[in-house]
Write a protein that binds this ligand. Structure first.
Ligand code: NI
Length: 185
């Protein structure tokens, strides 16, 4: 089932999401729905707060960010209760966007390599290192469950220049091809 994606301006995107347990009601279906919703919107990551659930869960599929011959460098994975252990390496810029902030793309600087602890959809624990574009997607989604958005990484001047467009997004005055829920519509 495709879920509406929560637009910029909704308080759920600003909450620090909470951990869940195996007994969380409807978890399997939620994960499947999040994948379906992300794919329909042509996203590479989707965090639970973006579908109105302030829980520590996100899904990613970075495989389509890589060229065909490097597709194995991409990762399709569910992250439950993740904890960022460390971020290391050189900071590099990449133009990010967000399904909750349609139409806006800006360069964000992030470190190249991460080590993250998380549980998969079977609640098996992992501690893994990710690099490059996959690390980038995970960092972006991890921000979401911390109540943070990619625009928060921008310099204040740059962010203030976006204010008008952000207000319009929260009111639903934006061209978007997937289902959204706008807080001020
Ligand atoms: Ni996002």
């Amino acid at each position: 089932m495709i879920l509406p994606i929560i637009a910029y301006g909704d308080p759920v995107l600003r909450k620090t999401a909470i951990e869940i347990t195996k007994t969380y009601t409807g978890l399997e279906k939620l994960i499947d729905d999040m994948y379906e919703t992300m794919e329909k919107a042509k996203g590479v990551g989707l965090a639970a707060p973006q579908v109105n659930k302030a829980i520590r869960l996100f899904v990613i599929d970075s495989t389509r960010m890589y060229d065909e011959e490097k597709v194995n460098e991409g990762v399709r994975e569910v992250f439950i209760n993740p904890q960022m252990i460390k971020e290391l390496g050189k900071e590099w810029p990449y133009e990010e966007g967000c399904l909750s902030i349609p139409g806006i793309r800006e360069d964000v600087f992030r470190k190249d390599t991460i080590v993250i602890q998380y549980q998969d959809r079977n609640f098996k624990s992992h501690e893994k290192e990710f690099k490059g574009l996959t690390a980038r997607v995970i960092q972006h989604e991890y921000d979401h469950i911390q109540g943070k958005l990619f625009i928060d990484h921008l310099k204040p001047l740059k962010k203030s220049l976006l204010k008008g467009r952000l207000d319009k997004i929260s009111k639903g005055i934006v061209d978007v091809e997937y289902k959204m829920k706008f807080p001020k519509a």
